[in-house]
Ligand binder design. Structure first.
Ligand code: CMP
Length: 139
């Protein structure tokens, strides 16, 4: 089924000018970028976005990092886009990520791991709506 998923290219990747190389991996896998913008999140905004992790030991570090530089928020569309995007990203910890994945090729650590992607249709819908109006998605 045709799905949409939410993706973030994180500050460690924008800092190293890797936006195009990461987008090429998405596009080569058949994902279509139907919305995209470069933004600077406040720490409060990052905290709200990552609210499900608020009791984790890494929450403060995560919010600091996600507001430390520009991110590219985007909506990717394709057949089974959620699972496909997770395949292209690779495991959360780059040490466990399969060869050729974004995180194997680019991530610096489990925290500075270059990309975020939604984990389920329900979270994708919530995450997309957090950053984009419906009119900004052009399929
Ligand atoms: P993401 O998919 O953006 O969702 C939550 C993020 O928390 C995750 O990717 C990781 O980058 C980050 N994270 C997970 N575990 C740790 C950890 N042990 N230390 C720092 N950050 C972490």
């Amino acid at each position: 089924t045709l799905e949409r998923t939410f993706s973030i290219i994180k500050p460690d990747a924008t800092r190293r000018n890797l936006t195009g190389k990461i987008n090429a991996k998405f596009e080569d896998a058949g994902l279509r970028i139907v919305a995209q913008k470069r933004i600077l999140m406040t720490k409060a905004q990052a905290g709200e976005f990552y609210g499900v992790h608020k009791d984790r030991p890494f929450y403060d570090e995560l919010c600091e990092f996600m507001s430390s530089g520009p991110v590219v928020v985007q909506v990717l569309e394709g057949e089974n886009a959620i699972a496909k995007n997770r395949e292209v990203m690779g495991a959360t910890n780059p040490a466990d990520a399969a060869a050729g994945t974004v995180r194997a090729d680019f991530a610096e650590s489990v925290g500075e791991n270059s990309v975020h992607g939604s984990d389920a249709p329900e979270t994708a819908a919530v995450e997309i709506a957090y950053f984009f109006a419906g009119t900004e998605l052009v399929g």
